[in-house]
Write a protein that binds this ligand. Structure first.
Ligand SMILES: CCC(=O)Nc1cccc(C(=O)c2sc(Nc3ccc(N4CCN(C)CC4)cc3)nc2N)c1
Length: 397
C-alpha cells in the first residue's frame, strides 16, 4: 500500500506546527509579535473567527487586545473586510467620540491576520452575570443606551453607512470595570448597507423580523437588537430567547402581536411558510395571517447564533394551545420589564431611577425600537432625543 504520509509536526496542514487543528494559533504567553513590539500575555476571548489575547505594547507601554484570526482563507477574507470597515470608522472618528472600538493597527504573523485594539474591559453579558442576572437600574441603562445610540447614529451617517449585524450584550464592552463608559466592538459580521452579502445574520435572540423573513435590511436591524438588549439589561434575561428560528418568531409575536400583512406578504414563500399560515381569525371573523400553531420544546442556549435546527410545525394534530388573547404590546412589555422576578426591590427609585414615570418612558422607547416596520422603527438620532434618554443623570462617561 502507498506509504502513508505521516503527519510529522511542522510539515502537515497545521501551519508548520504553530496551529492547533482548528487553525487557531497556539498561544505561548511571553511570545513576542510584530518585531518584538507586543508581548502576548493570555487568551481572553474566543470565537468562530479565532481568539483574542491580552498583550503589552512594549513601545507605547499600554495594554492592547489582539484579535488573532484563524489561518484559514474564509476567516482571513472576513478579517480583511473588518479591517477595511474599522479603518474607515477610525479615520472618520478622529476624536474617538462615537463609542466604537478603535483599531490601532493590523499585521500578519505566521499566517495569522492580527488586529490590535485598544484594551477594553468586560462585556455587558458578564456585567449581567455579575448581578446574578438580576439586571441593572434604569439610570445605568440610560447611560449605556445613550452611548450605544451615539455609535448607531454614527454608523447610520450617510458617509459611514455601516450595519453592525451582530449587536448583542457580548459586543458592548465597558471601557473600565468600575465605570459606565462603553464601546461597541466586533465588526467581524458587519457590512455596508448597500453591500449586503448575507441573509442569515444577527444572533438569534437579537435578530430582527425583516432578517428572519429574508427581506432587504438596513441599519434599522441594529436598532431592533438594541431594543432587545436594553430590556435584557434590566430584567437580566433575554427578551426573546427562542430555542430556534420558529420559536424566536413565536415569542416575538406573543409579546408584540402579529406582523403587518405587508411584511408577511413581501417575504418569499419559503421564508413565509416557516412561520405563518392563513386561517380564520377569531379577532376579525375573516381569513388572515396567523403564526403556525406548534408545540416547541427544548431549552434555549445563549449561543443563539446562526445555525441550529428549525423546529418544523408538526404534521400531527398537536393539541391546539388555547389562544390567550394577547393584551396590547405596551402593557405586555411593561409587564415583562417591571416583573420583579429575580430583582430585589433594594434601592430607592431616587437613586436607581426605577420610578413609575421612568418605566413608562423606558417601555415607550423600547416599544419604538421594536417597531416591526423598519421604516417606522425609531432612528438613533430620534432616540437620542427621547425623554427617557434626555432624563436626569444621563452623563456619559
Ligand atoms: C469574549 C468575547 C470578546 O471579547 N470578543 C472579542 C472579539 C473580538 C474583539 C474583541 C475586542 O475588541 C476586545 S476584547 C477586550 N477586552 C477584554 C477584556 C476582558 C475580557 N475578559 C474578562 C474576563 N472574562 C472572564 C473573560 C473576558 C475580554 C475582553 N478589548 C477589546 N477591544 C473582543
Amino acid at each position: 500500500p502507498k506509504q502513508q504520509q505521516q503527519q510529522q509536526p511542522g510539515t502537515g496542514t497545521n501551519n508548520n506546527g504553530w496551529d492547533d487543528d482548528n487553525y487557531d494559533y497556539i498561544i505561548h504567553p511571553g511570545e513576542l509579535f510584530y518585531d518584538g513590539r507586543y508581548r502576548i500575555k493570555e487568551r481572553i476571548g474566543k470565537g468562530s473567527f479565532g481568539q483574542v489575547v491580552r498583550a503589552d505594547d512594549l513601545l507605547e507601554n499600554v495594554e492592547v487586545a489582539i484579535k488573532i484570526i484563524k489561518s484559514k482563507k474564509p476567516f482571513l477574507m472576513q478579517a480583511k473586510t473588518e479591517i477595511e470597515l474599522l479603518t474607515h470608522l477610525t479615520e472618520i472618528d478622529t476624536h474617538d467620540q462615537h463609542n466604537v472600538v478603535r483599531l490601532l493597527r493590523h499585521f500578519m504573523y505566521r499566517n495569522h491576520q492580527c488586529l490590535v485594539f485598544e484594551m477594553l474591559s468586560l462585556n455587558l453579558y458578564e456585567l449581567l452575570k455579575n448581578t446574578q442576572f438580576g439586571g441593572v437600574s434604569l439610570n445605568l441603562i440610560r447611560k449605556f443606551a445613550k452611548q450605544v445610540l451615539k455609535a448607531l447614529a454614527f454608523l447610520a451617517r450617510k458617509d459611514v453607512d455601516i450595519i453592525h449585524c451582530d449587536l448583542k450584550p457580548e459586543n458592548i464592552l465597558l471601557r473600565h470595570p468600575k465605570k459606565s463608559g462603553v464601546k461597541v466592538i466586533d465588526f467581524g459580521s458587519s457590512c455596508r448597507s448597500n453591500k449586503r452579502m448575507y441573509s442569515y445574520i444577527q444572533s438569534r435572540f437579537y435578530r430582527s423580523p425583516e432578517v428572519m423573513l429574508g427581506l432587504p435590511y438596513s441599519v434599522a436591524i441594529d436598532m431592533w437588537s438594541l431594543g432587545c438588549i436594553l430590556a435584557e439589561m434590566h430584567t437580566g434575561e433575554p427578551l426573546f430567547s427562542g430555542s430556534d428560528q420558529f420559536d424566536q418568531m413565536q415569542k416575538i409575536v406573543k409579546l408584540l402581536g402579529m406582523l403587518p400583512d405587508e411584511m408577511i406578504e413581501q417575504a418569499n414563500e419559503q421564508h413565509r411558510m416557516q412561520f405563518f399560515e392563513r386561517a380564520m381569525l377569531s379577532s376579525t371573523g375573516r381569513v388572515g395571517w396567523t403564526i403556525k400553531q406548534i408545540n416547541t420544546t427544548g431549552a434555549t442556549s445563549r449561543s443563539g447564533n446562526t445555525g441550529g435546527t428549525q423546529s418544523q410545525p408538526s404534521n400531527t394534530t398537536a393539541p391546539k394551545k388555547p389562544v390567550i388573547p394577547s393584551q396590547d404590546p405596551i402593557s405586555s412589555l411593561m409587564e415583562v420589564i417591571r416583573a420583579e422576578t429575580n430583582r430585589k426591590k433594594k434601592y430607592p427609585s431616587s437613586e436607581t431611577g426605577n420610578s413609575p414615570q421612568n418605566y413608562d418612558l423606558f417601555v415607550d422607547l423600547i416599544h419604538r425600537m421594536l417597531a416591526y416596520d423598519p421604516r417606522q422603527r425609531i432612528k438613533p438620532q430620534e432616540a437620542l432625543q427621547h425623554p427617557f434618554i434626555m432624563g436626569s443623570t444621563s452623563t456619559t462617561a
